[in-house]
Design a binder for this molecule. Structure first.
Ligand code: NAD
Length: 357
């Protein structure tokens, strides 16, 4: 029997409400598909700060490193905003990404047919959208040195450095190639090479790496045009490959095509250890404890973990089908209420999905 170790970080806000459903789903799937899954819950985020004075305690990071995959719900709350930066829950996230070398962020954006009317874009524009954003996660302008403030002039100045080396670009391109090869072999690399030197290196390196695979169809697009095209004709994209800053912005733009942030999963991957699988949304403090959160992003993150992290493809597909079945029957959580559906609580939605598995 295959055995897996999963570190579960329920975090803050709606985190514990939505992660309880993932535990039940994993228990059911392990029986159905005959694998053993050991889930270890660890403190992370605001709750870890409160219990252990550290949003990403060493014991948690060690447990994550020793696991086959990490399932994370969400962290954060306004009550932590006044803390020194290193003690805030969001700093825990950066520490986790860095500790696990999570250089690749994968965000699938797929329209689920029953939710076609939930998007702010027209139905005919979004109905065929099924794309993946592959974003470099631990390099570029968010991490580049030098950065800081210049205070010895009359005029206040601040600066950051957008820097990539070819190794960083190569390894994220390899990830995009792997994903494209499981899909339609189409990659659109997004940069700003008409203005930025770092983007020219990005474009040249992506071309060099992808040209080794003759079946791949590579196109390049400037980031400003990519933003426009994602709104105008998002179904033209399959795999979007881009840097940290551009990916941050474009992946949120692409996410909203689907209608609710409560629907979207993501994976952050390394080439040496476990990946972290987590919803795109935050801890939603405004609805925490009310049992009204949409658990589907967490449920679909669990599916991504099974597929990418544990290679349990059938079990992962089972979750996807269960979610589609529940939505097709007209069940929704409050965030997707269009006045023409049956609104369920978070736990009720979880039960419906589990019943379909
Ligand atoms: P958020 O994603 O938590 O919430 C934005 C809006 O979406 C809110 O109205 C919320 O109620 C709603 N929402 C989010 N998830 C939902 C769900 N599953 N079901 C229904 N509605 C949902 O973003 P925010 O309000 O900007 O941030 C709140 C906290 O979360 C902050 O402390 C922030 O730093 C943190 N945060 C954490 C992560 C993470 O853990 N990866 C990501 C983003 C923000």
């Amino acid at each position: 029997m295959k055995r897996y170790k999963v570190a579960l970080l329920s975090g803050d806000g709606i985190g514990p409400e939505i992660s309880g459903i993932s535990i039940e789903i994993l228990k059911k799937l392990s029986q159905k598909y005959g694998f053993d899954i050991e889930i270890k819950e660890e403190y992370f985020g605001g709750i870890a700060y409160e219990r252990l004075n550290d949003p990403a305690p060493k014991a948690t990071l060690d447990q994550c490193k020793a696991s086959d995959a990490v399932l994370l719900a969400c962290v954060g709350d306004v009550k932590y905003d006044a803390l020194p930066r290193e003690l805030r829950p969001e700093s825990g996230l950066l520490k986790l990404r860095s500790a696990l070398n999570l250089f690749a962020n994968i965000r699938p954006v797929k329209i689920r047919k029953p939710l076609l009317d939930s998007s702010s874009l027209k139905k005919e524009i979004i109905e065929n959208v099924d794309l993946v954003v592959v974003r470099e996660l631990i390099g570029g302008i968010y991490f580049g040195q030098p950065k800081g403030h210049i205070i010895d002039t009359k005029l206040k100045k601040a600066f950051n450095t957008m820097v990539y080396d070819s190794n960083e670009i190569e390894r994220i391109t390899e990830v995009a190639i792997k994903i494209a090869n499981q899909r339609s072999k189409k990659i659109c690399s997004v940069d700003k090479s008409n203005v930025l030197e770092v983007s020219q290196l990005w474009r040249d390196t992506v071309l060099e790496v992808t040209s080794k695979d003759k079946d791949l169809n590579l196109s390049n697009m400037y980031v400003d045009n990519a933003a426009m095209q994602l709104v105008k004709d998002p179904s033209q994209f399959d795999v979007i490959l881009t840097s940290n800053l551009f990916g941050d912005i474009l992946s949120d733009l692409a996410a909203m095509i689907t209608g609710s942030i409560g629907m979207l999963p993501s994976a952050s991957l390394s080439n040496i250890g476990p990946g972290v699988f987590e919803p795109v949304h935050g801890s939603a403090p405004d609805i925490a404890g009310k049992n009204i959160a949409n658990p589907i992003a967490m449920v679909l993150s669990t599916s991504m973990m099974l597929k990418i992290g544990l290679n349990e493809i059938e079990a992962a597909d089972d979750i996807e089908i269960a979610v589609d079945n529940v939505l097709s029957k007209g069940y929704r959580t409050a965030d997707l209420d269009n006045g023409n559906c049956q609104v369920l609580s978070c736990s009720e939605m979880g039960k419906k999905i589990i019943q379909e598995i």
